[in-house]
Design a protein around this ligand. Structure first.
Ligand SMILES: NC(=O)C1=CN([C@@H]2O[C@H](COP(=O)(O)OP(=O)(O)OC[C@H]3O[C@@H](n4cnc5c(N)ncnc54)[C@H](OP(=O)(O)O)[C@@H]3O)[C@@H](O)[C@H]2O)C=CC1
Ligand SMILES: Nc1nc(=O)c2c([nH]1)NC[C@@H]1CN(c3ccc(C(=O)N[C@@H](CCC(=O)O)C(=O)O)cc3)C=[N+]21
Length: 300
């Protein structure tokens, strides 16, 4: 089988188009412009790239982008004071604190100090609990983007066997919750899983969120399965020239594409959908904050 390539870049452009329509309506009908605040502590080069591209796309869909770049050794109290200010600022509808944070900062404390209704990452314990109990919440962007692509490809996911490799709070666990919500039979695999290849071979849907370049080979994939590759790994690419690098996912693309029914590429798969869903969550948060109807098709 030669897999259908699920084009996340194109899908994300469509989602951003829907977001832009809602923003236009909010401005015209209600005189409200959604605002997204992104907080970056330190100068991690990869994070700077994401923050820049988030800012650019935020403005492109017509929203306000507020960027706060803090020194790497910013005291925790200063970061909490900034979040407090953003929590009460009526022009800010979404707040994202770029992770990981420098070691001296308590990540849980920082995330849980964001007002849950402005927590467009969906990482606050209230949103985690709401998602886990099937209530309306802010859904983490990366898993939401994966779910949108899966629903678009399959229609209903009901009864499918899904294996999520990775159990992080930001990807693996919320992904599993969303798949369960869509009535998949869900297995969460991790570094202690026995016979991972056999577990993955049972799956109709494989979501790889491990952080190990090309870890999943094609012979773990059931013929016709759908493979969602969340991994973003930068590896050396001496073939492209000295000191050059390339981005690869957590699955070995060629061998998996030879067996899968559908697969997401890296780059151009889950990554662009993550940013599109961040913008979708911001416009959803803005609508909720103003008691207005939520955009349709942009939430889980
Ligand atoms: N496209 C996007 O928008 C995003 C991409 N990412 C990417 O997704 C990947 C995962 O990110 P994240 O969830 O934050 O990573 P974490 O490092 O937090 O979690 C990795 C998970 O993989 C598991 N794992 C590690 N090694 C193995 C192994 N050999 N076999 C099975 N499971 C293993 C770990 O298990 P254990 O718990 O037992 O240690 C852990 O649960 C990264 O490449 C990251 O860059 C992340 C966020 C957004
Ligand atoms: N609070 C918080 N929320 C996040 O959602 C969050 C975070 N912190 N920290 C870092 C990770 C990573 N992440 C990505 C987003 C987009 C791409 C993306 O658009 N990638 C492009 C390629 C970009 C490139 O070339 O480097 C693609 O896959 O096509 C990748 C990774 C969000 N994260």
């Amino acid at each position: 089988m030669t897999a259908t390539i699920i084009d996340g870049k194109e899908f994300a452009a469509r989602v951003r188009g829907q977001v832009a329509e809602h923003v236009t309506r909010l401005k015209a009908d209600n005189d409200i412009t959604p605002g997204l605040a992104v907080v970056l502590v330190g100068e991690d080069p990869a994070s700077q790239v994401y923050v820049r591209s988030k800012g650019k796309m935020t403005v492109e869909v017509g929203m306000n982008s507020i960027e706060h770049k803090l020194d790497v050794d910013t005291p925790e109290a200063d970061l909490l004071a900034l979040i407090d200010k953003l929590n009460t600022d009526p022009d800010v509808h979404g707040i994202l604190v770029q992770l990981p944070l420098p070691k001296h900062l308590d990540e849980d404390l920082v995330i849980n100090s964001i007002a849950p209704e402005k927590d467009v990452d969906g990482f606050h314990i209230s949103n985690v609990g709401l998602l886990g109990t099937g209530q309306k919440s802010m859904v983490p962007c990366t898993p939401l983007g994966c779910l949108m692509m899966l629903r678009d490809h399959h229609g209903s996911l009901s009864g499918m066997d899904a294996v999520v490799i990775g159990r992080s709070n930001i990807v693996g666990k919320p992904m599993a919750q969303l798949l369960l919500g869509d009535s998949c039979t869900v297995t969460i695999a991790h570094s202690r899983t026995k016979d991972l290849p056999d577990v993955v071979r049972r799956a109709d849907i494989v979501v790889a969120a491990v952080g190990r370049p090309e870890m999943v080979p094609g012979d773990w994939i059931k013929e016709g399965a759908t493979v969602i590759d969340v991994g973003i790994n930068r590896i050396d690419a001496p073939d492209k020239g000295e000191g050059k690098t390339r981005l690869v996912g957590d699955v070995h693309f060629e061998s998996c594409a030879a067996r899968a029914g559908a697969i997401t590429p890296v780059p151009g798969g889950v990554g662009p959908m993550t940013i599109a869903c961040l913008l979708a969550n911001t416009v959803t948060a803005c609508s909720r904050a103003n008691g207005l109807p939520e955009p349709e098709g942009l939430t889980a």
